[in-house]
Design a binder for this molecule. Structure first.
Ligand code: C5P
Length: 333
């Protein structure tokens, strides 16, 4: 990561440019409360970053008109997204490159708040986290773009952006974006944007299993609302939205030492996600039979399977790939 320094630029003659990374995430715990007046749900979640990262480069483009943002995307070779492209289940062309792209909006917001630049910018996304997979890939793009744009504005104009302003911009772009700015592990409350970091002793081993389909987050929340209205799911009260201390303790301790804490993993979006993507049900069962502890990641359809150790994660991922799944061993936190 990091930008080209002023000294390097003087040598190369290239316009300033900054490349920053941000991680995808899983939710090891996600308790969803009632719908709020603004349509969002109050929640309590335990986020953990995954070592699958998006990268965004924001470059000054004096050849483009002021305010113009050109966006391009590249799929990282060998990534889960690359595996989806090979199987024909994901077409990079389907990702919007206009203002509906969170990285473009992030770069624009940072630049406008800083009073603009004397030209346009180019935004380039290196995509490794599945799109609409429940892993916060778009949020990671937004977070990386904020950081890169902040650095670029400084390189071009010398104007600094306060960290508090960056976080406010992040909150404005989506509930998961502040976590993608910080990474590690954190409790999220409110809509998920209010963070308190939690310690992780050693990163937890796991396997990520990407899906050929996609689920839209709003539709999974709506399905949860519908299930609750039909009495098929209960709504926790706001005061019951708490990440269990035992789970935090296990994260702060030795990963393999407290396997009972793993029974506390919870995702209230799992039932509605399985309703919308029932083919995931037997897959979860297979992962349980293989000795791992699987849950749906966020709003799905990506699955995350926690394993006893890194070797088990490697073996499970290799086995899953042999039977045609897109699986990679990862570490969390
Ligand atoms: O904040 P973000 O744009 O990522 O959220 C996507 C959608 O997920 C929201 O429009 C809303 O439908 C749903 N959501 C929610 N409650 C939250 C977070 C997200 O209902 N706390």
């Amino acid at each position: 990561t990091g930008s080209v320094t002023a000294a390097q630029r003087a040598v190369t003659g290239e316009p300033p440019s900054s490349r920053m990374e941000a991680p995808g995430k899983v939710n090891l715990f996600l308790a969803v409360g009632p719908t709020r007046a603004d349509g969002y749900h109050s929640l309590a979640t335990l986020y953990a970053a995954v070592d699958v990262r998006e990268a965004v480069t924001v470059s000054f483009a004096p050849d483009l008109p002021e305010g113009h943002i050109d966006c391009t995307l590249e799929v990282v070779p060998g990534s889960l997204v690359d595996q989806q492209v090979e199987r024909g289940s994901f077409d990079p062309v389907s990702v919007p490159m206009d203002e509906s792209n969170l990285a473009v909006r992030a770069a624009r917001t940072v630049i406008e708040r800083a009073g603009g630049l004397p030209g346009g910018v180019r935004v380039h996304i290196e995509k490794a986290v599945p799109v609409a997979g429940g892993m916060g890939g778009g949020s990671a793009d937004a977070a990386a773009a904020i950081k890169a744009a902040v650095e670029l504005v400084f390189a071009v104009t010398g104007r600094e952006t306060l960290v508090s302003d960056s976080l406010e911009i992040a909150r404005g772009l989506g509930a998961d974006v502040p976590f993608a700015m910080t990474g590690g592990a954190a409790i999220g409350t409110g809509t998920g944007a209010e963070l308190s970091p939690v310690p992780v002793s050693s990163p937890w081993p796991a396997v990520l299993i990407a899906d050929d389909g996609a689920l839209s987050t709003p539709s999974v929340f709506s399905r949860l609302d519908a299930l609750r209205e039909q009495g098929q799911a209960v709504t926790p009260r706001d005061e019951d939205l708490q990440v269990p201390d035992e789970l935090l303790g296990a994260l702060a301790g030795d990963p393999g030492s407290d396997s009972s804490a793993l029974s506390l993993l919870r995702n209230d979006l799992q039932t509605p996600a399985l309703d919308l993507a029932p083919h995931l049900v037997p897959r979860l069962e297979e992962l349980r039979m293989a000795g791992s502890i699987p849950i749906v990641s966020g709003s799905g359809p990506t699955l995350i399977a926690l394993t006893r150790d890194h070797e088990s994660a490697r073996i499970l991922a290799a086995h899953l790939r042999e039977v045609g799944a897109h699986a990679v061993p990862v570490v969390l936190g």
